[in-house]
Design a protein around this ligand. Structure first.
Ligand SMILES: CC(C)(COP(=O)(O)OP(=O)(O)OC[C@H]1O[C@@H](n2cnc3c(N)ncnc32)[C@H](O)[C@@H]1OP(=O)(O)O)[C@@H](O)C(=O)NCCC(=O)NCCS
Length: 173
């Protein structure tokens, strides 16, 4: 599936990658290999006929996860104390432009997160993308605070949390 993930990413992030080294397909490929190798990695892929049109993936956070390493606010230690089974990180969610505003993004999100055994999910949304941040709030996500991953060129993200399980009847299906 690697070519599928890279192909959709390269199209979706083409504009961003022109000016932002953090968004380059090479950087994404590194992250992809890292995430897909993690225990418990899972994904949901949307297809229209025989073509992939979007996907979501993530994995549970291991004990001592670096996910929280760049948090820019003080939080009680228990908020970030991972056990390996406590939090699921939604690492990527993307939909090719012609299939946006169709409900597909929500369906991918719900497909990935419904029936997860963890207590909560977490994601990072670029603070420069307030419309994307706003998208997640009606889906049940709340904002924990700002975080800059300890990675070269990383922007500041808003770290968000979602209590699991997803409530029946509130999914986008
Ligand atoms: C995020 C995404 C899956 C949501 O799909 P959707 O539910 O169909 O919603 P939309 O595409 O209409 O996005 C909602 C708004 O956010 C904006 N937006 C989406 N992605 C954005 C981005 N990467 N940067 C800036 N704004 C973005 C859209 O332009 C839209 O604004 P509008 O309502 O003024 O048109 C899809 O927009 C996407 O694939 N974006 C690029 C990848 C991305 O940013 N993923 C999120 C990572 S946290």
């Amino acid at each position: 599936m690697r070519p599928l993930f890279l192909g959709v990413y390269t199209e979706v992030y083409a504009t961003a990658a022109r000016t932002d080294p953090f968004a380059s397909p090479d950087r994404f490929a590194e992250g992809l290999d890292h995430w897909t190798a993690r225990p418990g990695w899972s994904c949901g892929i949307g297809n229209d006929g025989d073509q992939p049109v979007g996907y979501a993936y993530g994995a549970p956070l291991p004990p001592g996860s670096r996910w929280w390493g760049g948090l820019l606010i003080q939080v009680p230690a228990d908020v970030t104390a991972e056990t390996g089974t406590r939090s699921y990180a939604l690492s990527e969610l993307m939909v090719r432009a012609p299939w946006r505003k169709t409900g597909l993004a929500r369906r991918l999100h719900d497909t990935l997160l419904t029936h997860r055994p963890e207590q909560c999910a977490t994601l990072l949304v670029d603070q420069a993308h307030p419309k994307v941040h706003a998208l997640y709030q009606p889906w049940g996500w709340t904002t924990l605070g700002d975080l800059r991953p300890r990675l070269d060129d990383a922007p500041i993200f808003r770290a968000m949390l979602l209590v699991l399980p997803l409530e029946a009847g509130k999914t986008g299906r």
